[in-house]
Design a binder for this molecule. Sequence first.
Ligand code: ATP
Ligand code: MG
Length: 421
Amino acid sequence: MNKNKKESLSEKQRGCLEYLKDNKLRRINILEGSVRSGKTYVSLLLWGFWVVTKEPSCTFMMAGKTLMTLKRNVLELLGDIFSGSFTYSLGKKEASLFGRRIYLEGVSDARSEAKIRGLTLDGAYCDELSLFEEDFFKMLLSRLSKHEAKLFATTNPDHPNHWLKRDYLDNAELDLLDVKFTLDDNIYLDKKYVESLKKEYTGMYYDRFILGLWVAAEGRIYGEFDKSRMVLEEAEIHRRLENNPLLFTIVGVDYGGNKSASVFSLAGFDRGFKNVYLLSEHYDRENKSAESLIHDFTERITEWRGEFPPLKAVYCDSAEQLLVKSFRYAVPIEVKNALKRPVNQRIAMLCRLISAGRFFVSADCVKFIEAMETAVWENSRTGITAKPGKDVRLDDGSINIDSLDAFEYAIERYERELFKF
Ligand SMILES: Nc1ncnc2c1ncn2[C@@H]1O[C@H](COP(=O)(O)OP(=O)(O)OP(=O)(O)O)[C@@H](O)[C@H]1O
Ligand SMILES: [Mg+2]
């Protein structure tokens, strides 16, 4: 391992390495808390130093939400830290650390739980554990059947009734180590970056991602959305875009069913991915026919392309493949399926932009503005909740979710560019 890295650890991280001494590690070892607080970095040191003490014939597993996030969050860093002693192949879903075999798994793959069913593991590492399904985690624990087997995991906080908090972290009967981190524990971050993170997370997100607390999402979702600053007349938008022109625009599409509307949202990013604009919207509650939708699409795309160039692509709800196909034939523009990331991930992204003062909406987008002002979290305090322990955006027909979805489909792909992780 790189000597310099070993020598420079934060106080909290040095404290963590102390658990390696005198058998202080437990069966389950969880490092939890704020974003960027240094959990993953030290968890990989713990993991590596522990794995190397095991017999070469032992087998291990490292799991993340997907293999790609596992690679990005963990495997690349593990390679930096233990260069020369760590190799991996995503294709084979296997890695080797100090000659020990490690299976790699992405847990969002529906078959992953079935795959680990027959295994016996000596140790496991989980990246972003709160994003796992409880069933997978239970199965993983049952595979760690040997006396000395251990699990290591990192996580950010979530809902206070989340299965991980309720059944594991708060369960005094378990053989579990819970180490809490806050952002200020990480002394290696640039001060300006820390300041900007503290501004970008507000309300529930501040409590969770800066302070590391397990708090519930309640009330208005976009409480920080301030119409007086963020809604701009068209002339003002054009004036701003003269100073900092658009890099490109994109369109997000959500189709209406019986009760909902069809929405096209024209979004744009200015130079340097500094700000995000919602420039125009098309909102159709009637949904007369597929033909009328394709006709409107053609008209809108042609109009928007002229007014806010360059229009790069259209991202559509993937539920209606026939419409996606028809759009492709209707206008010569790249039409793709939206990524449709988990709703809460999309919400967190928009809230972060709003809190940072980087999001602006044209005053013409009345339906979207109304949706921003009315969207609320489902009230879990009354006990009436479809998904206990999860934050749920209320979707009972009373709120215009379609406008929110369409805009989110447009911008979700650019999270990395916008926040340059
Ligand atoms: N001891 C250290 N020396 C140098 N850099 C460090 C150290 N610890 C952490 N860092 C750096 O700080 C950043 C955040 O650390 P890390 O990824 O471990 O945080 P995290 O708590 O896992 O964050 P998240 O919750 O966002 O996943 C990374 O860029 C990491 O390389
Ligand atoms: Mg991490």
